[in-house]
Design a protein around this ligand. Structure first.
Ligand code: WT7
Length: 654
């Protein structure tokens, strides 16, 4: 399959960080970046060795990178360390001992808790002992199915402390999703809560666990956090134990286990569009060094900063940039339990104002929702503490980027558009805010030690401004090590397409502009062939979103007798707007003007909302089914709001 795309939206806007930002930044100039980048590729041992030494190791590594058994790479071979020690203990001998590590805000108003590094350390040690008391040993897998409450990072860090491998399952998943993940990981224990809050409602987590465990023979114990204080339907004696009870009897002295750099730290499942979920396995040393370093340079962390990543810890973004990378830097991490629009659409901005958040990291889907709710909501709050913004998760439409820049960043904050994946573990392509200018919709350049290329099917690099397949041509420290229990599938899935070259295939299409900046087009499955022209859905969506009538757009292909594939656009409009039939022509003409007549959607559906996964990605597969008049047969367990799908289907039928 080729992803050459025939039309590309021109982006000429540039934003350069102001002098003050630059002066204080961890990396102050492009020259400095170039020097370090060059070193990171030419002498990775020296480069990674230098930064790894900023962290604590029980035993120094013998080799930074072992490539002998590709694609099974080893980083910091021979070294021993502990990531929990580096996130907590390392700071206790410094002034950071009494600095806030985590600031937690609950969804119900007025609930908040603050944990200093010392206090977090104490709780993690206690819980680590509780795990040991229940027979959890180094190498065991522990499933964690919790809402966004402090017990979640405490449980993760406690596992890491004793060398148990955690498997966090997003609290919004169903019992079915839980069964697959627990069984694949063969988890011995599940950590959950009675219930979690979401938009004022209680989600019955313990109920889902009970339902799942009938089919999960590997689990011997369930630890239950009392969060919602709602009645528990079933309590299995001998299996179920309250969190507060195990904590009561546990001592707070628990030395961090000395672990091999390649010791499995966690498994995180990602749902592919086909087949069973993939258990991405991350290990200790390389992941630790790379999340530490990316946090420091991409988010330009300073000791006085308050950092807030709005992701759920159920996704990799939360693992790397709420917990591990951020705490390894000794920074303050904000964690919020609830929905962005509960009880009002400015809940996020209230949190920014209350904690004077300085660095804010969110997803394009959230930004488009904020835009839809209107600029009045952020304007009600004081956002002047913000100095740097970030985005991750999907390509950001340039208009959404501009909205974010103006309405949240006050026109003064650089935006880092960070491209990476669950598999990569760390940010891979981005700008570094003090050293580079930014362009809306362009992720930027490969991070230190990352070597990327845009190639055609045969592996030839395509020229500037031509799109192709995004590959990573050298191993990087936080890379996945395998798919849990399935080395063959790991090789097949990521390394077989360019096996001759030994490259990692990302599954994304991209192009590189004349400055070397990468623009990510999205998953290659999202490229549509209309009358022999290959169109990227992303740029048609961006053209639609640049019209005032449109807040969010998803474009998919459907079988078309004449053109091969036709274009179908699902479009959501600003709150309170009632679109008319003739607006469809207005939008078609607008796309024709922006891109060309070839990109005019054949069908346009106005809708209140688009079907999304719980991590905020538009579920194009479902939209493709609707556009083609097919019934949806695939896996919908990751869908966030089923009613959106039902309404879209009804509209099609009427
Ligand atoms: C896919 C990975 C990594 C954390 C969240 C998602 C898309 C991610 C960007 C970006 C364009 C992006 C890619 C990638 N993606 N960040 N800045 N610009 N696309 O993790 O669920 O593993 O998804 O998300 O398509 O392959 P994930």
């Amino acid at each position: 399959m080729s992803v050459a795309i025939d039309h590309v939206l021109e982006e000429t806007r540039r934003f350069t960080p102001d002098d003050e930002f630059r002066k204080l930044a961890n990396l102050k100039s492009f020259e400095e970046f170039e020097r370090l980048y060059k070193q990171s590729l030419e002498d990775p041992d020296a480069f990674w060795g230098k930064f790894a030494k900023e962290l604590h190791w029980f035993k120094r590594w013998k080799r930074v990178l072992n490539k002998d058994n590709a694609p099974f790479f080893k980083w910091f071979e021979g070294g021993t360390t502990n990531i929990c020690y580096n996130c907590l203990d390392r700071h206790l001998s410094t002034w950071r001992k009494n600095k806030a590590a985590i600031i937690w805000e609950g969804e119900p108003y007025g609930e908040r808790r603050m944990f200093t590094y010392l206090e977090l350390h104490r709780l993690v040690c206690k819980f680590a002992n509780a795990l040991k008391n229940l027979g959890i040993k180094k190498g065991d897998r522990v499933a964690i199915y919790l809402p966004m409450i402090p017990e979640l990072p405490i449980a993760m860090l406690a596992c890491a402390r004793i060398g148990a491998t955690h498997n966090v399952v997003f609290g919004g998943f169903s019992a079915n999703a839980l069964i697959d993940r627990i069984n694949d990981a063969q988890a011995k224990m599940v950590i959950t809560a009675d219930g979690g809050f979401r938009r004022g409602q209680v989600v019955d987590l313990k109920g889902a666990v009970d339902e799942a465990l009938g089919k999960c023979p590997s689990v011997t114990n369930v630890i239950v956090v009392q969060r919602s204080h709602t009645p528990i339907k079933e309590w299995v004696r001998g299996r179920d134990i309250w969190w507060h009870e195990v904590m009561e009897h546990a001592s707070d002295g628990c030395p961090a286990e000395e672990l091999d750099a390649e010791h499995p730290l966690y498994i995180l499942y990602t749902s592919g569009s086909t087949g069973k979920p993939k258990g991405i396995l991350h290990t200790t040393g390389g992941y630790m060094v790379a999340t530490y370093l990316t946090s420091k340079y991409v988010f330009d962390l300073r000791d006085e900063d308050t950092f807030w990543c709005t992701a759920d810890i159920g996704w990799v973004t939360g693992h790397s940039y709420i917990i591990y990378g951020i705490l390894a830097n000794g920074a303050t991490s904000v964690m919020y339990e609830g929905a962005p629009n509960y009880p009002t659409p400015d809940r996020f901005w209230q949190i920014v104002e209350r904690y004077r958040v300085n660095v804010f990291y969110t997803a394009p889907t959230a930004i488009r929702a904020f835009a839809r709710w209107g600029e009045g909501w952020p304007a009600k709050n004081d956002l002047s503490s913000l100095r740097l913004l970030g985005t991750v998760g999907e390509p950001i439409n340039p208009e959404a980027w501009m909205w974010y820049h103006k309405n949240i960043g006050g026109g003064r904050c650089p935006i880092v558009d960070t491209w990476w994946q669950t598999e990569t573990g760390q940010i891979m392509i981005t700008t570094l805010p003090g050293a580079m200018s930014t362009k809306p919709g362009h992720a930027g350049l490969p991070f230190f030690g990352v070597k990327a290329a845009v190639v055609d099917e045969e592996g030839h690099e395509v020229g500037p401004d031509n799109s192709g397949l995004l590959v990573i041509t050298e191993p990087w420290p936080a890379m996945l090590r395998t798919l849990y229990g399935d080395d063959e599938r790991y090789k097949e899935f990521y390394w077989s397409k360019f096996s001759k070259h030994g490259w990692y295939f990302t599954g994304d299409g991209a192009y590189k502009d004349r400055d070397g900046y990468y623009m990510i087009i999205g998953r290659i499955d999202d490229v549509i062939n209309v009358s022999g022209h290959r169109l990227g859905t992303m740029e048609i969506e961006s053209a639609l979103v640049s019209h005032p009538l449109v807040v969010e757009a998803a474009v998919v292909g459907f079988p078309h007798e004449i053109k091969g594939q036709g274009l179908c656009a699902f479009v959501s409009v600003p709150v309170g707007t009632v679109p008319a039939e003739r607006d469809k022509d207005v939008l078609r003409d607008h796309v024709a003007k922006m891109i060309g007549a070839i990109a005019k959607p054949d069908q346009i559906h106005f809708t209140e909302a688009l079907p999304k996964t719980r991590s905020g990605k538009i579920m194009r597969r479902l939209l493709r089914d609707i556009a083609s008049g097919r019934d949806t047969t695939g896996d919908t367990t990751t869908l966030e709001d089923y009613s959106v799908l039902a309404r879209l289907r009804e509209e099609r039928e009427t």
